[in-house]
Design a protein around this ligand. Structure first.
Ligand code: ADP
Length: 247
């Protein structure tokens, strides 16, 4: 058997914001094609952990490898990693002054030097996939939150990422729009994308996750397949958290 490197590997990762110890000895290995849901109370370090994976935040101790390549301060490695790792944020982060199509072509033409025409074809293909090709000529402000988040997913997919990170992608959305975004994420999961999703959508976790990670106070307290995670939350903090999110 060949030793394929993990898609994402964190080992003994620590991170501080000033004196505040935000990640404490975080170790997690995500195989290619695996879907991980990360949950836990607000402020537990979930966002910080995934932001370290594409170096939006720098870790201070330990190792992070993406596709076997260690993330250091080296700008070349950071650029290469960001090309492999797509990220979808809670607040969409689309450029308001660019059309939907331009939002989806910009990084392709700038970072990957893809010719404009090819970039537009790719963009339209992914806008169709997230079921909003008819919105291509509009501006983000003219779209609903759910539509904007679907554009953000399409924009990431245009870069042909190996791993997708989602940072609470539905928590800024009105309830009726949550499903349209989760449906796209479930489809993406079924197609074999490697995904790390910070979300409190436990229905999504049950449906799509291979493993659920529970974080508290900067630490990973539990990692388990959804069946086990929801059936027998042995740890008191996990129990308290689940009691809140599952009502
Ligand atoms: P979560 O995603 O679980 O809500 P975060 O990773 O956003 O948690 O934050 C973890 C902790 O780190 C929180 O206490 C938060 O206030 C703190 N924190 C996050 N980002 C920063 C920052 N840029 N500067 C200082 N503290 C931060």
């Amino acid at each position: 058997m060949t030793d394929t490197p993990a898609a994402v590997e964190l080992s003994g990762v620590h991170k501080w914001y000033g004196d505040y110890h935000a990640l404490r000895d975080v170790t997690l290995s995500v195989a290619s094609g695996e879907k991980i849901v990360v949950c836990g109370p607000s402020g537990s370090g979930k966002s910080t952990m995934i932001r370290c994976v594409n170096r939006l935040e720098a870790h201070h101790r330990g190792h992070i490898r993406v596709g076997g390549v260690e993330l250091t301060g080296d700008p070349k490695t950071i650029d290469a990693t960001r090309r492999e790792v797509g990220m979808v944020f809670q607040s969409f982060n689309l450029f308001p002054h660019l059309t939907i199509l331009e939002n989806c072509t910009l990084a392709q033409t700038w970072a990957k030097k893809v010719p404009q025409k090819v970039a537009q074809e790719t963009a339209m293909r992914y806008l169709e996939r997230v079921r909003i090709p008819e919105q291509a000529g509009k501006y983000p402000g003219q779209l609903s939150g759910g539509q904007q988040q679907r554009v953000a997913i399409a924009r990431s997919l245009c870069m042909d990422p190996k791993v997708m990170l989602f940072d609470e992608p539905t928590s800024a959305l009105d309830a009726e729009m949550v499903k349209e975004v989760l449906d796209i994420m479930v489809e993406l999961a079924a197609e074999g994308m490697t995904m790390i999703c910070v979300t409190h959508e436990m229905g999504f976790a049950r449906q799509a996750a291979d493993r659920v990670v529970f974080m508290d106070a900067g630490q990973i307290l539990k990692v388990a397949p959804p069946g086990e995670f929801f059936a027998a939350p042995r740890h008191e903090r996990t129990r308290q958290f689940l009691a809140q999110v599952l009502h």
